[in-house]
Design a protein around this ligand. Structure first.
Ligand code: AMP
Ligand code: GLY
Length: 462
């Protein structure tokens, strides 16, 4: 059977690659795909925008495609899944109503409150003045509490960090972890000034949660929900998790920060009640529900966001470990028979991905840079393309994040060593990559003995 993957990033390359590992899949069409999917045997790129619903539907019908997997959130939020399923096409990805779980942070917060899902305390505002008054009030409350603590009086000039989020999709730039009330107020003003368009018409102000972030990508057919292996990504550009946020500079899975017992709690406290609340709203959610969690210093999982899609670069580390055929999982979700599927099989190994970006990213960077992969790839090492194209037989960069080098091995150190050895073989002179991917789990034993360290040292994607 043949299938469509919608999108053009490393996540979509990994989806196409994994689908093509299945003996059931004869061809994958990537819309629009990238240089990596163009070079992938069995894969064909079709140049079309990811939001071109009618064109995608036509492509699916004319080519008798078994299903469509949608990578990015934007087309889902615009109703791509609705348009495809209206025409009888099987689609893995929620409809427009379901996609609100990512497309509106206020909507997601309401749903979480309804479902009693643990998350940061938050309030939603439609007026800048009210939001600013709330920020000031939060700061005052924090200071009052702190002032009662006589031991730390001299350090009490600042309010605790507070998180300001534009309600809608803002290409990852809508969240500010503000270290001071002034920064929070500036973020509120920026959102209401129209900087994020309609996405900033409402603003969510949220309690700052301290702890390590873990991504749990779960698949659901609307009735049953099952987590994939938990992963962690590195959002910040600089080593030691410093500097501005990016689309993700590396990832690894399965993170030891989420042992089976904790994943069980996530199933019971987060995934099941969220799916129940979606059902209660009449939403038939089929696809990935991605829970972005913080594991608090007390060891409790709390949701900081939901996404309605696979994570990037988490997909590039999770799928290489999956032994079950991806098409079986996708079809079971589309046909609402996930409960009948045996437990997913996973390779007992560690998986890591290091992202190579164009120098300057996430600020200004050059495109059209030449890349030669040489013999970087091997059985356990795959180079997933995030922003490339093939031009006259030559691989060129087309974006900020360009490649994701994924490797699996019996343990994390070996997987990371393999990924870095592969990077050494790649000719990409104007690249930048972090050399410390996985550093948080290298210190895992030490962290377990003390308190998990905060990884949110401020900064947004600007
Ligand atoms: P989001 O788009 O909601 O995932 O937010 C982007 C990033 O901001 C997250 O990955 C976290 O690093 C950080 N963040 C968001 N909300 C919170 C919170 N309540 N407490 C601490 N950090 C947060
Ligand atoms: N890795 C973060 C995301 O996919 O949103």
């Amino acid at each position: 059977m043949k299938a469509i993957v919608v999108g053009s990033g490393g996540r979509e390359h990994a989806l196409a690659w994994k689908l093509l590992k299945s003996p059931n899949i004869t061809e994958v069409v990537c819309i629009p795909g990238n240089g990596g999917t163009a070079l992938l045997p069995g894969c064909r790129n079709v140049a079309m925008a990811v939001t071109e619903a009618e064109g995608i539907a036509r492509c699916a019908l004319v080519n008798n495609m078994a299903f469509v997997v949608v990578g990015p959130e934007q087309p889902l939020a615009e109703g791509l899944a609705d348009r495809l399923s209206d025409q009888g096409i099987k689609v893995f990805g929620p409809n427009r109503d379901g996609a609100q779980i990512e497309a509106s942070k206020a909507w997601a917060k309401d749903l979480m409150a309804e479902a009693n899902v643990p998350t940061a305390a938050a309030a939603t505002f439609t007026e800048a003045a009210d939001a600013i008054a709330y920020v000031r009030q939060q700061g005052t409350q924090t200071q009052d509490a702190q002032n009662q603590d006589a031991q730390n009086q001299s350090e009490q000039n600042q309010s605790a960090p507070i998180v300001v989020k534009a309600d809608g999709l803002a290409a990852g730039k809508g969240v500010t972890v503000a270290m001071t009330a002034e920064d929070a107020i500036a973020a509120v003003e920026a959102a209401f000034s129209g900087r994020f368009g309609a996405a900033g018409e409402r603003v969510v102000i949220e309690e700052f949660l301290e702890g390590q972030e873990v991504s749990v990508l779960a698949v659901t057919d609307g009735q049953t929900i099952r987590p994939l292996l938990p992963a962690q990504d590195h959002k910040q550009i600089g080593e030691g998790d410093t500097g501005p946020n990016t689309g993700g500079m590396g990832a690894y899975s399965p993170t030891p920060l989420m042992p089976a017992a904790l994943l069980d709690r996530v199933q019971k406290e987060v995934l099941d009640p969220t799916l129940d609340a979606l059902k209660a709203r009449g939403i038939d959610y089929r696809g990935v529900l991605y829970a972005g969690l913080i594991i608090t210093p007390a060891g409790d999982p709390k949701v900081i966001e939901f996404n309605c899609r696979f994570g990037d670069p988490e997909t590039q580390v999770v799928l290489p470990l999956l032994e079950t055929s991806l098409d079986e999982i996708v079809l079971a979700c589309c046909e609402q028979r996930l409960a009948d599927l045996p437990p997913f099989k996973w390779q007992a190994a560690a998986s890591a991905c290091v992202v190579m970006a164009a120098k300057g990213y996430p600020g200004a960077y050059k495109k059209g840079l030449s890349i030669a992969l040489n013999d970087a790839e091997s059985d356990d090492t795959v180079v997933f393309h995030a922003g490339t194209r093939v031009s006259e037989g030559q691989l060129k960069s087309t974006g900020g994040r360009v490649l994701g080098v994924s490797a699996i091995a019996p343990n994390f150190q070996a997987a990371l060593d393999k990924a870095y050895r592969a990077i050494d073989k790649i000719d990409f002179p104007d690249s930048y990559y972090r050399r410390d991917i996985g550093h948080r789990i290298k210190g895992f034993t030490a962290l377990k003995e003390s308190e998990p360290k905060s990884v949110n040292e401020g900064g947004n994607k600007d």
